[in-house]
Design a protein around this ligand. Sequence first.
Ligand SMILES: *Cc1c(COP(=O)(O)O)cnc(C)c1O
Length: 437
Amino acid sequence: MLSKNNEMMNRDLEVIWHPCTQMKDHETLPIIPIKSGKGVYLYDFEGNSYIDAVSSWWVNLFGHSNTFINEKIKAQLEKLEHVLLAGFTHEPAIELAHKLVNITPEGLAKVFYVDNGSSAVEAALKMSYHFHLNNGKKKPVFLSLTNSYHGETIGALSVGDVALYKETYEPLLIANKQVPVPVDQTQEAAEAALSILEKVLHDQADEIAALILEPLVQGAGNMHMYHPAYLIGARELTRKYGVHLITDEIMTGFGRTGKMFACDHAGISPDFMTLSKGLTGGYLPLSVVMTTDEVYSAFYCDYNEYKAFLHSHSYTGNPLACTAALATLELFEKDDVLGNNEKKSRYILERAEKIAELSNVKEIRQQGMITAIELQGYSAEDRIGISVYKYALTRGVLLRPLGHVVYFMPPYTISYEEIDKMVDVAWEGIAKVNKES
Ligand SMILES: *Cc1c(COP(=O)(O)O)cnc(C)c1O
């Protein structure tokens, strides 16, 4: 007889095509059916538990099935599940927009609701292009950083630079150009990259609508990190050359980098900020594009001037999702989340020191509640991350390395004991592949 997990897996594989997956891998690699979640733990159908060390693709902030968020959503569910946001509005969308305006950098004054990260990036790109057009300028090119990731719809993919996702679709993409991301976390690297940015803007600002970047940490780009000086410089240069700055805080937002927003480390305010992932605490798909009164005003006129931003999604500003987001922000207000995270980050780094001693570890880097361990001596074909992933699962930890980078990005509610377990298991997994190689 098949085990309950295997039974579920087989039923899954009959009909589901999974994201970011070569499905043939699952001839040998089991799919894990999850029955329930609580706190940092996920439970399968046979009662095995897994510490969710990647916050279910970077979305979860306060644990699975969080009682406080659950109650808020249940209460909202009894009132209103959804209504269109054109011509109509509702309380959760209004309250959330006010809160977001209050907590994001000065100058971001308007909230455009979307329903997932990639779509927020699409909306920001379109808004930027359209803003310039409304001001009589045609600027069809977008600038982004090497090694960047902004999502996988066509526009978002165009401004990304991860070959694995982008290369195949190259003929379909919109006009884009990349400037180098700072090579490491030093200020010198930031300054070197800024001098190239300055040159490109100097030569081509006429055709460039916006520079889009992931502030401080490039998530899907193997958790590459750089110095906030780059953000300060990029803000000055984009302003000087009449190019928008779009900060994609879909991953970095809501405390992940140690401050509420990564932009806060540099004290900058962008023309557009995209937010999603942690926005709803990891509960429901929702995203926003935040922008300035200046941008908003460029679209504000009589209907027959045809300058309106006619972009929409069916589930824009869903009330349940907005409620989850409001509950999530309330949790930030109730506790010193960022202060506690600072202590936890420091502890994770201390505990990870023994991992740095392994000969197949190149470096460990950290930015707030993101800690990345870069392995060395492997080629892409080794798929070394999968070996670590498989080992960690046998020990009850969900790590999902990006290529040869193992990382910790746990829910903020992780306890010190759970951190010990997470780090120990990563150490064991990395030591194991070191011995085998
Ligand atoms: C995840 C991510 C996106 C895309 O969001 P989706 O909701 O997965 O479409 C965009 N930008 C960054 C920085 C991300 O991490």
